[in-house]
Write a new protein. Sequence first.
Length: 106
Amino acid sequence: MAMADYWLLEKQLVHKLFKVLVPRFQNSELSYTKIYKAPREYPGIYYRRSVLELRGNPYPSLITDQNQNRNQLHNILLDEARKEFQKIKLEEMSAKITAEEKEKSS
């Protein structure tokens, strides 16, 4: 408690730390924080900055879940177009290889 009192400048946050946050993560088996590198400002002096995020915070996460975006219509259509393009390219390559093999054998 003395360490929290030393590090936290706003003394009302010491109460919040032990009454709200500690019980929230008491039985957690995962880490209770995530740390991200913050983008640097351009132009400007380069300082290393990071953001510490608590798991289970009520605000949206800094990094969005990309798995949810896979099911959107435009991503499905782009995936199918990519598959079709790759199929056509592979067919062209196989036709080219078979034509080269026929030229070598004759």
